[in-house]
Design a protein around this ligand. Structure first.
Ligand code: AMP
Ligand code: MG
Length: 318
């Protein structure tokens, strides 16, 4: 059920987490499906609800630096610099794990992904629970991430007892994930913090393609709606058919009468575009169209994360 994220319901949700339950809650990126990260059985329920493969590790959400130190084995200087610059916020750090994190959380890896969310409800929930919260996005594996409580309910329904409603997620795309290695920083997923910003405070970020998939963000398709997605440079050539949808980058006058049009931004603001991305995809997907066309956007800053999600959605049907 959906409950408003008042103090009362946050405390009820925290109580459920302490008892080994699973709750959905808002973060600034997307809605998460959380459980006590220190309780393997509780975390197993997340995989069951999401139908998520066990090879796919979860992000551990913390609300203090003290909690961070409990879940990692080492905190190198470069990680501290990133934390200082971007936490709380949409940056996830992959670091050597401590012994208290169960294997199920990290899919057997000796590293753990950690993030301190900025969303007030997420912070309050973690504080009230008193434990780090392991949470992937609150959607079935591979499908569009939820950016409203209604998205969570329509995708997971009664499988989640408590869905805390904190409104629409302000960032709207998942966190950027970086791995901190001795040799430097490796990008595992584009997301809410632009790579350029990380490089400005922590030096070069390499975007190497590893053989093994470390983040499903690296799978060829993910974040996909049911409807076929086709990326296009020039939307003016699309036939004006009512079985089509278009996601346009900016608002402008177009000749279409029949096509279902949604806009990512008013005038090209990438932050606004990111925040609206999954909302547009969810809305058009619900119309059961034959194709959703998506206008290509500039691959700079947050545009990289947006295009990454659109390309992965397109790859599902090609
Ligand atoms: P989600 O929360 O559903 O957006 O997914 C979390 C992402 O973090 C997935 O892409 C995971 O593969 C990635 N991740 C979590 N832990 C690790 C880790 N130890 N090493 C690499 N990637 C990780
Ligand atoms: Mg996800």
């Amino acid at each position: 059920m959906i409950y408003p994220a008042t103090e009362t319901f946050i405390h009820e949700a925290a109580h459920s987490i302490r008892l080994g339950g699973v709750v959905a809650f808002p973060t600034e990126t997307v809605y998460g499906l959380g459980a006590n990260a220190l309780n393997a059985e509780a975390v197993a329920k997340i995989f069951e609800i999401k139908q998520r493969p066990f090879f796919d590790p979860l992000i551990v959400h913390v609300a203090s630096h003290e909690m961070t130190r409990e879940v990692v084995a080492t905190l190198p200087d470069i990680a501290l610099r990133c934390m200082k610059a971007f936490w709380p916020g949409p940056l996830t750090l992959v670091l050597p794990k401590s012994a208290i994190i169960p294997q199920i959380v990290t899919a057997g890896l000796d590293t753990v992904a950690v993030r301190m969310p900025e969303h007030e409800v997420a912070q309050k929930l973690i504080h009230a629970s008193g434990v780090p919260i392991a949470a992937p996005s609150a959607n079935p594996f591979g499908y569009l991430s939820p950016t409203t409580a209604e998205h969570v309910f329509s995708q997971l329904g009664d499988k989640v007892e408590i869905i805390l409603d904190g409104g629409k997620c302000p960032v709207g795309v998942e966190s950027t994930i970086i791995k901190i290695e001795d040799e430097g920083i490796v990008l595992l997923r584009y997301g809410g913090i632009p790579v350029e910003d990380i490089e400005a405070v922590a030096g070069k970020v390499s975007v190497i393609r590893k053989q093994e998939v470390e983040a499903p963000g690296q799978l060829p398709y993910h974040y996909a709606p049911e409807t076929k997605i086709v990326l296009v440079k020039d939307v003016s050539k699309i036939p004006d058919d009512s079985s089509y949808g278009i996601i346009m980058y900016k608002k402008r006058d177009v000749a279409f009468k029949n096509i279902h049009i949604m806009y990512l931004s008013d005038d090209g603001d990438l932050r606004q575009a990111a925040a609206n991305l999954f909302t547009c995809l969810h809305a058009l997907d619900a119309l059961r169209l034959s194709v959703i066309y998506a206008e290509e956007i500039p691959e700079i800053g947050l545009g990289k994360a947006i295009m990454d999600r659109l390309k992965k959605a397109q790859a599902r049907h090609s």
